[in-house]
Design a protein around this ligand. Structure first.
Ligand code: ADP
Length: 395
């Protein structure tokens, strides 16, 4: 295949991107445009983490302008760039999209229909695709879904106990962070195929956080449900909440949908409980009772979900921590595993302090691991696979 692969992860006000060579897993460059709008800015690094030059007076006012500026910056460091395919992170693939897909106008229209399912994410993901079609009309556009990894769930892990008609309308437990689970479980299969065939729980603990139970490398159930709000408490999202509390907020406090959405997505979680920050590093450094309680709540939910997921799997063989907090916070990992020897979990303090790939004791029944995630690579591989496939002459 000729040409490079560009991956795009378009958020409400940010655009993460990476440039992958025609072959190989190491990106040539990774970049981030932050605060798209009046005070947007870009960071761009080479494969070794060194800063790459940026164009003077770059325009970051819209997603399309940001992409154009990102491309101009990439052209400066990699002249004569030909983009064979653009791989997009798309949060929602609805009930039907269970694998990466080539995007055309029909697919784009289908994905638009899922925007009400994820109003804070999906429209931005699709804006990124439209911007990329405009910028690279010749390149293959590939959508990779956060929901796809979970599409094989059994009915009881896919449904809510509501009248059937809502299930038929798409009100289901989709699960998210699928690209991350795909990467981590695939990596485990490479380094320890026997373990990957067993009962594995992956804890993706970043600004967004969820856990997934896997058997034989496939998702059995996830802590996230219809939206990216359910399950664990997160940086600014509430996690599991009694729906009765929402009825109270609507009926007694007079909050409407927009106000509740703002509360649950942006003002809750670690930020809401601590009153200080959504950021785990800042909370670990802060010495306030509220910060300690926020971390305590975060950990308590993880432990509770771990028990539930272990019950679903009938025991666990491995617990894997990933994403910003999971990869970097020995304190969180230790607190999650403390007193869990009844489940076979033990942690070696020295290995844990080093963020070592295996942090459990040698004699521990459950392998406790730290495996960095790499969602961009999952997207790049999928885009490359489809691009190579589309080059083949028809049989
Ligand atoms: P996102 O979901 O935005 O991709 P990340 O996976 O980058 O998020 O995770 C961000 C979280 O990881 C933040 O809460 C941050 O404080 C936390 N984090 C990063 N490094 C550390 C560290 N050394 N110790 C504790 N938490 C950390």
């Amino acid at each position: 295949m000729k040409g490079v692969i560009l991956t795009l992860n378009a958020g409400s006000s940010s655009l993460k991107f990476a440039l992958f060579p025609p072959e190989g897993d190491t990106p040539l460059a990774t970049g981030l445009v932050d605060r798209i709008g009046a005070d947007g800015m870009m960071k761009l690094k080479d494969s070794g983490g060194g800063a790459l030059p940026l164009p003077q007076g770059g325009d970051y006012t819209t997603h399309t302008q940001s992409l154009a500026t990102a491309l101009a910056a990439l052209e400066m460091s990699f002249p004569g760039l030909t983009v064979a395919a653009v791989g997009h992170r798309v949060v929602h693939g609805g009930p039907d999209f269970a694998a990466p897909i080539r995007v055309d106008q029909t697919v784009l229209a289908a994905l638009d229909r899922f925007s009400p399912f994820a109003p804070l994410h999906q429209p931005h993901n699709l804006a990124g695709i439209r911007a990329a079609i405009e910028t690279f009309p010749e390149a293959l556009q590939v959508a990779c879904f956060d929901t796809a990894f979970h599409r094989g769930h059994s009915f009881e892990n896919d449904a809510f106990a509501l009248p059937r008609t809502y299930y038929d309308k798409g009100v289901r437990r989709y699960g998210f962070h699928g690209l991350s689970y795909d990467y981590v479980s695939g990596h485990l299969a490479e380094i320890d195929p026997d373990l990957a065939r067993g009962r594995v729980v992956i804890a993706h603990l970043g600004n967004g956080a969820s856990m997934c139970a896997l058997k034989d490398g496939r998702s059995v159930t996830s802590t996230m449900g219809f939206s990216a709000l359910d399950g664990l408490a997160m940086g600014t999202r509430c996690g599991q909440i009694d729906p009765g509390a929402l009825l109270y907020l609507m009926q007694q406090e007079g909050m409407d949908g927009d106000a509740i959405s703002d509360l649950l997505y942006k003002r809750s979680g670690l930020l809401g409980l601590s009153g200080l920050s959504h950021d785990m590093r800042q909370l670990e450094a802060a010495d306030t009772p509220e910060a300690r309680q926020a971390i305590g709540y975060f950990i308590a939910r993880i432990r509770r979900e771990l028990g539930g997921l272990a019950a679903v799997l009938g025991g666990i063989d491995a617990l894997i921590f990933t994403a910003g907090i999971g990869e970097n916070s020995p304190a969180v990992r230790a607190a999650v595993c403390e007193g869990m020897d009844w489940l076979g979990l033990t942690v070696d303090a020295t290995r844990n302090a080093q963020n070592a790939p295996v942090v459990s004791d040698d004699g521990g029944k459950v392998r406790v691991m730290v495996l960095p995630t790499n969602e961009e690579l999952v997207i790049a591989r999928a885009a490359r696979r489809l691009a190579v496939g589309s080059e083949r002459p028809a049989a």
